[in-house]
Design a protein around this ligand. Structure first.
Ligand code: AMP
Length: 510
């Protein structure tokens, strides 16, 4: 496929389990980039084989069962996270690869004795997508709009930008996945609708309520859980299967990475089968041996009602979040014109039934659940190009409050959740001791009352404060969030007008 200028911006959906790329062609038509002429998605998996070769995508997935300790998957769940985050421990329990705290209060991953930062893995996946797109388009792709879960914090967004920079891919803009999906649905239809995007993918859940007025996409409210997705449904099946096996044989399979990988593969396949039928076998021959050397098989039957029983709490949780977002947008279910389903896990009949019951109508079939995000990203990318006649207005929101740590450790909210972006808010501060030369502010993002229970975005230190008695220096601290949901903080001395430099420190033990 030729004819596009080399500065063309592509759209990339960097997913937890699968990634996808799309581009708008010269005639304004949007196309998904095929991989080797076939599939449109690339597994978001990275591995190093025993010869030291790095593998990404299908090549990594193919050898996963045999090399589970050196095959990294679902690493998007760890991006931009600090090592002390509770979720890190939860991830470690469910994956066969090893995690450890990194140098920058982040998480590092061990593969064949080498440590990788999470950004480096995201960078390799982005590079793979870029290379596939470059081969297909006939020039080296250098610019992309990349989507992230709406519920990503500032820090997680920064990490995705950094991943692009590591492989010379300019991430021109970060946009939210549900917002991208709404653009795939709404562009070119001259709509006046309020839609709810329910996005349940491999690793994350997002919900956004978006007003579409022709080419204006205005997010009213968003919510989500970046730790709730298809993988957790698989995990519920795995727990059941291993528990049942242990009850019957006394053998715990959890310590055997190869057996666990075989169970994990089959758990996902069984879950997917049960979206189309009501019963499926769950058999793995020679899963292990008795202490006497007798081979043992796994042999169960799964039914759709059993799967629903095992995963109902997860679907309940998504519905709880939907209700909160409806409240935040002051919208009754009847006021939603369309419910859009995005993400592979929304194919589960229980999900669709529950949404139908809540909204009084079946979800829309208006977008393809696996492709809408990449398509929306490509359309938005096209609108940013100089030669484009597509003009879009995107008004998004921040998913969680941004604030600072006040006296007593309380979170002082500067921008509440669902504040529109771009946005700026100024805050007055005074010096608290005589001859204070620095003002230090710890910035957090999250909904907890205690600042320390939220995500630390960084410690900003404003140096060069004018020497004066306590309370005499009046400072203004300015919080600015750009269209991507990324924060910058600056400060000025109100008496002298002097603007001060900011230094961001993400502390090791922060
Ligand atoms: P995504 O991140 O959108 O690619 O979503 C992938 C997730 O959707 C994975 O956890 C898949 O197991 C899950 N998935 C894909 N197809 C189905 C299906 N037919 N029924 C249930 N889950 C599915």
């Amino acid at each position: 496929m030729g004819g596009l200028p080399p500065d063309t911006i592509v759209g990339i959906d960097l997913g937890t389990t699968n990634s996808c790329c799309a581009v708008v062609l010269g005639d304004g038509e949007v196309k998904l980039v095929p991989y080797k002429g076939g599939e449109y998605t690339i597994p978001s998996i990275f591995a190093v084989d025993d010869k030291g070769n790095e593998l990404v995508g299908h090549d990594a997935k193919r050898q996963w069962q045999l090399n589970p300790r050196n095959t990294l998957y679902a690493t998007k769940r760890l991006i931009g996270r600090s090592a002390r985050d509770d979720v890190v421990e939860t991830v470690q329990k469910s994956v066969q690869y090893k995690l450890h705290p990194g140098e920058r209060n982040d998480v590092e991953l061990d593969v064949q004795g080498r440590a990788y930062q999470v950004q480096q893995i995201a960078a390799r996946i982005l590079a793979k997508i870029r290379d596939v797109a470059s081969d297909h388009l006939g020039f080296k792709v250098a610019r992309a709009v990349v989507t992230v879960p709406a519920y990503f914090t500032d820090r997680q967004r920064q990490a995705v930008k950094e991943a692009g920079a590591l492989v010379d891919l300019e991430v021109v803009r970060i946009i939210n996945e549900p917002t991208a999906a709404s653009m795939a649905y709404g562009i070119g239809k001259k709509l006046q609708e309020r839609v709810l995007v329910y996005d349940l993918g491999g690793g994350t859940f997002d919900v956004s309520i978006i007003d579409i007025r022709d080419r204006v996409f205005e997010v009213k409210a968003t919510g989500g859980d970046i730790f709730l997705g298809g993988i957790d449904f698989d995990e519920a099946i795995i727990d059941h299967v291993t528990g049942d096996f242990q009850d019957r044989t006394g053998i715990d399979l959890r310590g055997d990475p190869v057996a666990m990988q075989r169970i994990r593969d089959l758990a996902e396949r069984t879950k997917i089968d049960l979206s189309a039928r009501t019963e499926a076998p769950f058999s793995v021959p020679f899963i292990t041996m008795t202490p006497q050397g007798q081979p043992l098989n796994l042999d169960l039957r799964f039914t759709r009602p059993l799967l629903e029983e095992l995963t109902r709490d997860k679907v309940d949780r998504t519905l709880e979040i939907v209700r909160r977002v409806l409240d935040d947008a002051q919208t009754a279910p009847e006021q939603i014109d369309q419910v859009m389903l995005v993400g592979g896990q929304t194919r589960m009949p229980l999900v669709q039934e529950r949404l139908t019951a809540l909204f009084g109508k079946a979800p829309s079939k208006g977008v393809h659940p696996d492709e809408a995000v990449a398509i929306g990203a490509a359309l938005y990318a096209w609108s940013l190009q100089e030669n484009s006649d597509l003009k879009l207005t995107l008004l998004d929101v921040i998913p969680m409050a941004i604030g600072l740590e006040a006296a007593g450790g309380q979170m002082h909210v500067v921008l509440p959740r669902n504040s529109p972006i771009p946005n700026a808010r100024a805050l007055a501060a005074t010096s608290s001791v005589d001859a204070q030369s620095e003002l230090a502010v710890r910035i957090f993002q999250g909904e907890q009352q205690q600042a320390a229970h939220n995500e630390l975005l960084g410690e900003f230190v404003f140096g060069g404060v004018r020497s004066a008695a306590a309370g005499q220096v009046r400072l203004e601290v300015l919080f600015e969030v750009n269209v991507e949901g990324i924060l910058t903080v600056s400060a000025s001395d109100l008496d002298t007008g002097k603007r001060m430099t900011t230094v961001l420190r993400v502390t090791r033990n922060g």
